[in-house]
Design a protein. Sequence first.
Length: 383
Amino acid sequence: MRSLAGIPGLRCLAVSERRDAMAWGSRYAAGYYECPDPDVRESDFIRFLWERASEWDGSLLLPSGDLWVRALSRHRDELAKAYHVAVAPWEAVRPFLEKDRLQQLAQEAGVPMPAAILVQPGQVRCPPVNFLRYPIWIKPAESARFVRRYGRKGFLAPDRATLEALWERVRDAGQTLLFQEVVPGGDDRYEIVSMYVTRSGTASAITYQRKVRQHPPGFGVMRVGYAMEENPEAEQLARRLLHVAKDYRGLLYFEFKRDPRDNRLKLIEVNVRVARFGMLPTASGVNYPELFYRELVGGEMPGMVLMQPGTWWIEILPDLLYTFLHRSGRQYSWREKVRPYLQPRKVYGDFDWRDPLPFVRQIRRGILRMREGPLPCPQPIPA
């Protein structure tokens, strides 16, 4: 919502199935609405939107999570009669949202990904992984549902015995799983290229980001990173994927990891909604939510937008917890710890002095989370 706060006359409404959502209480929200869970009550969620269609007619629906993307894209044509829906149709979204289909898309596009095998639901025994190298990352085809159930994006198996033990925990996950090789190296080897594809099929705004630290370490979301210079290699790979998925329109974040064994980028995942670090492109001069608004609601045709590299992104609370307090994972020097906070151009993901209440809510959620047990931290990834 911060990205849209500068548009005169625009009212933003926060809609969530959770009353502890970070946006609730934000001064940038003109209203707050609790809705049915779009995952387990998808039809009720769509009915919720239709019941408010007369009041919200012509509004922009801008999802911030995969479960919202799934529900909105599956009902996009229906909802488009009353709303401007900032997601592509389900047929275009699905190859990016479901990781087993992303493997197939990448293979067709000639984009390298870590070697993996697909494990279908209902399989009883832990499958053989003879051609994969340990450690192996066990991850789901659909991350959001997996995270809700297990509290993490996946599990790391350093050897066969651990793999079989973990298999007993996840075999009834109810969805396709991937057993995937791990690309060596730390969090700072992740490189991202983001694109906004207009209705005419033109990539009008391209930004480049590099992660520095993630939470949890190894397999998580960016807690510290920065806007980097142009990245032609990552952009070329992203365009290959778009060429195969030619009907996609909207926003995409292509995440790669540079493999130290051959110095090549390997595709990790693609996000098809505003990312958690969405204020980083905005602070770098490329406001993706505003592009959605101006094209879909305002009818404008976005021109080429250029980003300014060098802006840093920091999520204060997870960075304090993992970098300064949590002892698992990589140990940073004090210079590495404080360097992002000393940068002249930076934006905080969880703190805005003009809008402090969401930060207070995050502190409360963090305290409650720490009471539940240790923070998730997979075993270290080989260098």
